[in-house]
Write a protein that binds this ligand. Structure first.
Ligand code: HEM
Length: 543
C-alpha cells in the first residue's frame, strides 16, 4: 500500500499506488529530475518573453493538454466501487463457474451509470441506469454488463446506433443534455415500436432511482449455463438490492438535479465511507434449454421481453457487498473496460441478436477510448489470475515480454512459449449447439420468431401489474415528456402506441396534451398481472 491520501471529507485512507507513480519525497520531472520551482516559467529578463527552452514548462503544459480521453460513447457518466461477491452454492447444479461454488469469495468492481448524458451531466435525470460488474475470478475476469431495467429498446444490435442517435441530444443545439424529453427520441420509439416496452419502464419510477444502492440490476439477455457434466440451462441474471428498490419523485429529481447534480455518486461514496456497505443478492431464473428456446411462449432470445417471476422464480445464488471507494476516479472508474464477452467456463452466450452484436462492440470502442489494444494491462482491468497470452506490442504496451516465439507451435521457447500453455485450459470451449438455416439478413427475406413481432403485450403487462400510484407516475411522466415534443405528428404517433398498451393511460396523456384519443391499432392479448414487477416501496402505498 502507498502513502495516505485524503478524501474530500478529510478522512485519511490508504490507497494502493501503482509502482511507477508518486515515489520519493521530491517533486520531479517525468524523467526523475528533482525540481526547484514549478510556479514560474523561464523568462528572458524579469518581464519576459518566456523561453521555449524551459523543459519543465513544456512538459507540464504538454501533459496537461493531453489529460482527457474520449468519454464513453454511451454510459459516459458513472460512479463505481470495489466489493466482493460470496456464492452460496445454489448455482452449482447449473454451472461449473468456480466463483459460483459454495463459499467462493471473489473481488468485484461495479460501475453504475446513466446512459445518455455526457460525463458532466446530472445524476437524477430520467434514464436507464447501467449496472456493470467485474468479477475478478480465479479463472479470469467475468463481466456482467447489465442495466437497472430488465428489457432493452431493440432486438438487434444493428439498431443500437439508431436508438442512441435518437436518444442523445439533438445534433444542432445539443439540447436536452440528458433526458428523453425531445423529438428525436419520441420520433424513433414511436416508429420502431419494439422500443415501447423499455420506454414504459423509463417512464416509470425505475427511470428516476433514489440511489444506486437501491436499484435492481438485470443481465437482460438469456445466458446459457453449463455444469460439470456438460448439461446446459438457460438463465436470466438478477441483482436484488438488500435496501429495497426505491425511486425519487419527478419533482424531487428535478430539484436535486439543480441543487446537487452529483447526488447519486455522492450517495454511493458517502455510504461506503460511513460503513453502510450496500449489498445485492444475485439470482438466476432457471429456464430449460429447449430446442425452440422459448418459455411459456416467450422467446428467450428476444431482449425486449421478460420472463415473469411468477412463472420462473429468482433463485438467489450469492451476495455482493460494496465496501471500498475508488482511490482514483480516472484510473479506476474511467479506465475500467467491461465486455459482455468476458466469460468464464460455465457461463456461455445465446444467439440473442442484441447480445451477439454487443460481443463485437465493446472491445472495438475501447480500442479507441483507451488508446490501443493494451488496456487489459491497466490495474483495474487486470485479471486476478495468471496471464500468459501471445498478444504482443502495440500502443501503450507496458509489459516486457521474454522469449522469441510468441506463436504456436514453436520449438524455440520450449513449446509455446511455455509447454503447459495449451494443456488443460477450458476457456471458450463452446457447448455444441445446432445451427441451421439460410443466411437471412435483409428486410425482405428475414424471418424472425413471432414473439419478436409482439411489441405491446409486455408493455401492457408491466403497466397493468403496477400499483395505482406507480401507474399515475407513468401517466404523468408520459404527459410531461411528450409535452416537450414540438412535432404534433410525433405526439399523435406515440399516443397511438399508448392506445395499444392501455386505453386509460392513452386517454390521460391525450387529455394532458390536448389531443384526440386514438383507437387501438392492434389486437393486444389480455395479460395476467405480475405483482413481482412492482417496486418494493409500492407495497407501502394504499391501493
Ligand atoms: C457501455 C449495458 C447494449 C455498446 C455499456 C455500459 C453498460 C451497458 C452498463 C457501461 C459500462 C461501464 O460502466 O463502463 C448495456 C446493456 C445492453 C447494451 C444492458 C443491452 C441489453 C449495447 C449494444 C451495443 C452497446 C447493443 C452496441 C451494439 C456499448 C458501448 C459502450 C457500452 C460502445 C461503451 C463501452 C466503453 O466505452 O467501455 N453498455 N448495453 N451496448 N455499450 Fe452497452
Amino acid at each position: 500500500s502507498g502513502p495516505a491520501t485524503f478524501t474530500p471529507t478529510g478522512v485519511a485512507t490508504t490507497a494502493p499506488q501503482d509502482a511507477v507513480a508518486q515515489q520519493g519525497e521530491r517533486l520531479t520531472t517525468a524523467q526523475g529530475l528533482p525540481l526547484r520551482d514549478t510556479d514560474h516559467s523561464l523568462k528572458a529578463g524579469r518581464r519576459g518573453p518566456v523561453l521555449l527552452q524551459d523543459h519543465h514548462l513544456r512538459e507540464k503544459i504538454t501533459h496537461f493538454d493531453h489529460e482527457r480521453i474520449p468519454e464513453r460513447v454511451v454510459h459516459a457518466r458513472g460512479a463505481a466501487a470495489h466489493g466482493r461477491f460470496e456464492a452460496n452454492g445454489e448455482a452449482e447444479p447449473y454451472t461449473r463457474a468456480a466463483f459460483l461454488k459454495a463459499g467462493a469469495v471473489t473481488e468485484t468492481f461495479v460501475r453504475f451509470s446513466t446512459v445518455l448524458g455526457s460525463r458532466g451531466s446530472a445524476d437524477t435525470v430520467r434514464d436507464t441506469r447501467g449496472f456493470a460488474t467485474k468479477f475478478y475470478t480465479s479463472e479470469g475476469v467475468y463481466d456482467l454488463v447489465g442495466n437497472n431495467i430488465p428489457v432493452f429498446f431493440i432486438q438487434d444490435a444493428i439498431k443500437f446506433p439508431d436508438i442512441i442517435h435518437a436518444g442523445k441530444p439533438h445534433p444542432d443545439r445539443e439540447i436536452p443534455q440528458a433526458q428523453s424529453a425531445h423529438d428525436t427520441f419520441w420520433d424513433f420509439v414511436s416508429l420502431h415500436t419494439e422500443a415501447q416496452h423499455h420506454t414504459i419502464w423509463n417512464m416509470s419510477d425505475r427511470g428516476i432511482p433514489r440511489s444506486y444502492r437501491m436499484m435492481q440490476g438485470f443481465g437482460i439477455h438469456t445466458f446459457r449455463l453449463v455444469n460439470e457434466e456438460g448439461a446446459t440451462t438457460l438463465v436470466k441474471f438478477h441483482w436484488r438490492p438488500r435496501l429495497g428498490t426505491h425511486a425519487v419523485t419527478w419533482e424531487e429529481a428535478q430539484l436535486i438535479a439543480g441543487k446537487d447534480p452529483d447526488f447519486h455518486r455522492r450517495d454511493l461514496a458517502d455510504a461506503i465511507e460511513a460503513g453502510a456497505h450496500p449489498q445485492w443478492d444475485f439470482g438466476i431464473q432457471v429456464l430449460p434449454d429447449t430446442e425452440d428456446q422459448t418459455f411459456h411462449g416467450i422467446d428467450l432470445l428476444d431482449p425486449t421481453k421478460i420472463v415473469p417471476e411468477e412463472l420462473a422464480p429468482v433463485r438467489i445464488v450469492g451476495t455482493m457487498t460494496l465496501d471500498r471507494n475508488p482511490s482514483n476516479y480516472f484510473a479506476e472508474t474511467e479506465q475500467v473496460a467491461f465486455h459482455p464477452g468476458h466469460l468464464v467456463p460455465g457461463i456461455d452466450v445465446t444467439s440473442d441478436p442484441l447480445l451477439q452484436g454487443r460481443l463485437f462492440s465493446y472491445l472495438d470502442t475501447q480500442i479507441s477510448r483507451l488508446g490501443g489494444p493494451n488496456f487489459a494491462q491497466l490495474p483495474i482491468n487486470r485479471p486476478h489470475a495468471e496471464i500468459n497470452d501471445m498478444l504482443r506490442d502495440g500502443m501503450h504496451q507496458t509489459a516486457v515480454h521474454s522469449g522469441v516465439a510468441p506463436y504456436h507451435p514453436n520449438s524455440l521457447d520450449g513449446g509455446c512459449p511455455f509447454p503447459a500453455m495449451v494443456a488443460g485450459g477450458d476457456a471458450f470451449v463452446d457447448v455444441p449447439q445446432p445451427i441451421g438455416g439460410e443466411a437471412t439478413g435483409d428486410i425482405v427475406t428475414r424471418e424472425q420468431p413471432a414473439s419478436f413481432d409482439d411489441h405491446f403485450s409486455q408493455a401492457r403487462l408491466f403497466y397493468r401489474s403496477l400499483m395505482p400510484v406507480e401507474q399515475l407516475h407513468i401517466r404523468q411522466a408520459y404527459a410531461f415528456e411528450l409535452g416537450k415534443v414540438y412535432e404534433q405528428a410525433i405526439k399523435e404517433r406515440q399516443l397511438q402506441c399508448l392506445a395499444n398498451i392501455d386505453g386509460e393511460l392513452c386517454a390521460f396523456v391525450a387529455d394532458q396534451l390536448g389531443l384526440p384519443v386514438p383507437a387501438a391499432s392492434e389486437e393486444v392479448p389480455e395479460v395476467e398481472p405480475s405483482p413481482a414487477l412492482r417496486m418494493v416501496t409500492a407495497e407501502r402505498w394504499p391501493a
